[in-house]
Design a protein around this ligand. Structure first.
Ligand SMILES: Nc1ncnc2c1ncn2[C@@H]1O[C@H](COP(=O)(O)OP(=O)(O)O)[C@@H](O)[C@H]1O
Ligand SMILES: [Mg+2]
Length: 427
């Protein structure tokens, strides 16, 4: 009996020791991961499989990882441990176009860490390094101002004559777009709100305005408006004007001669942080242009290749970047309305571009998955547009047919992402 109790006691002691050891190793392991993630970018050693093993999770669970709002160490830890189903809200960080960014990386350093995680997603450290772009808060503040400030000057400077560079009373500027018809202003505006729904923050904030003769906002430039022969009942869009923008050439993995931008692409492991950050923004651009069927960017270059073999060596249409490397998606008027109308002509090019990409941002993918599952893209877009834009009634919304096309494209994009996950998820 005594021997039995002694054995039992030893067994219990052993179990207790094993538990202590297990808990300690787990803690140490977690601590080590955080150390590694803090040495990013450039300073860490090469870790192909960073940093948490999510391989056993399903695709749906991966999409549920809240990838945004990881400003502080504590938040990061919470995010790691708490894989909830909560939707991610966009724009928790302020837009910081010219000033220093507290998380800005030494972008020219060669990257030693894995650019990807969970097979097909950009790694979390890249997400954390990317500046916040035009966040929702930033956009809402600009919109408020742009709705009330007087326009004191209208001049060329935003492309074709039907676009004018407007100067507000405080000296800041906006590009005014007077659409030849309502389709264009609708396309521009609804693409902007779809991007907001997806958490894509590369589009400068936008408001609508009506040029009526009794509008105080346009009073000082009335003669110029008459000279341009703009109808004073027209609804125009105003987009924030950004200084010091330059052109952007399509990166090599997205050109036709490449095998595409996918997780097996070895050159991804030789890129600098700056190159990876730009590629990451390109993947959002391709998602947005596919959904809106916007042919007036990469797709039109692909089309032009038929007679102009060097088109890819020149700047991409309607895409600019800041000196820091943040991409700015301008001129989205071909999206949604016009793009859907001429889908027959462009669809094969849209498909080619989409199928060349199998790497995505987790947050964007999560939102696509939500819109796919709930099948409520029409309602969500309409609500956001109505709540944010007082002139939404005047400009109007997507027809039922086009709202159906949008949902269909969301579903196809989702299917493509699932396909990528199946193909590359085990890498
Ligand atoms: N928001 C903006 N901020 C700064 N420059 C802009 C902006 N929008 C347009 N531009 C300038 O005007 C040019 C043409 O703009 P875009 O909107 O593409 O006009 P278009 O309708 O003629 O194609 C751009 O290449 C850029 O130089
Ligand atoms: Mg343009």
């Amino acid at each position: 009996m005594r021997v039995l109790s002694a054995n039992l006691f030893s067994l219990l002691l052993l179990c207790a020791l094993a538990s202590v050891f297990y808990v300690w190793s787990a803690l140490e392991d977690r601590l080590e991961r955080h150390k590694r993630r803090f040495s990013v970018p450039g300073a860490g050693s090469f870790h192909q499989a960073l940093p948490v093993d999510l391989s056993a999770k399903t695709f749906r669970a991966l999409l549920a990882v809240p990838a945004a709002q990881r400003l502080h160490f504590g938040d990061r830890l919470k995010t790691r441990l708490n894989l909830t189903n909560q939707p991610v809200s966009a724009g928790s960080r302020d837009y910081n176009m010219n000033g220093s960014n507290k998380r800005s990386a030494p972008r020219e350093d060669p990257v030693k860490l894995s650019p990807l995680e969970d097979g097909i997603f950009w790694n979390e450290w890249l997400e954390d390094t990317l500046p916040a772009g035009f966040t929702e808060e930033y956009a809402v503040a600009w919109q408020k101002k742009a709705r009330t400030y007087r326009v004191v000057k209208l001049e060329p400077g935003c492309g074709r004559i039907s676009n004018q560079l407007a100067t507000f009373a405080d000296g800041t500027k906006a590009c005014v777009r007077y659409g030849i018809n309502a389709d264009q202003v609708q396309g521009e505006t609804l693409t902007y709100y779809l991007a907001r729904l997806l958490g894509i923050t590369n589009l400068p904030p936008l408001v609508l305005s009506q040029l009526d003769s009794d509008s105080e906002q346009w009073e000082s430039v009335r003669t110029r408006i008459d000279g341009l022969q703009w109808n004073d009942r027209a609804v125009v869009s105003l987009t924030q004007w950004i200084s010091n923008l330059t052109g952007v050439i399509t990166p090599a993995p997205l050109r036709q001669e490449s095998s595409g931008l996918h997780p097996a692409l070895e050159e991804l492991w030789n890129k600098t942080a700056a190159e990876l950050l730009e590629l990451m923004q390109w993947t959002d651009l391709i998602v947005l242009d596919y959904l809106t069927a916007n042919f007036d960017r990469l797709v039109s270059n692909l089309f032009s290749l038929q007679w102009d073999s060097r088109v890819m060596e020149r700047d991409t249409n309607n895409l600019l970047k800041t000196p820091r490397g943040d991409l700015v998606f301008i001129d989205n008027e071909a999206g949604l309305v016009h793009g859907f109308r001429v889908l027959n002509m462009w669809e094969k090019y849209h498909n080619t571009v989409l199928s060349s990409v199998c790497v995505f941002r987790k947050r964007t993918t999560q939102r696509v998955a939500e819109l796919h599952t709930r099948r409520d893209s029409r309602q969500r877009l309409l609500e956001l547009y109505r709540d944010s834009e007082p002139l939404s009634q005047e400009l109007g919304f997507l027809s039922d047919e086009h709202a159906g096309v949008l949902q269909d494209r969301i579903d196809r994009l989702y299917t493509h992402i699932v396909h990528c996950k199946g193909k590359y998820g085990q890498l």
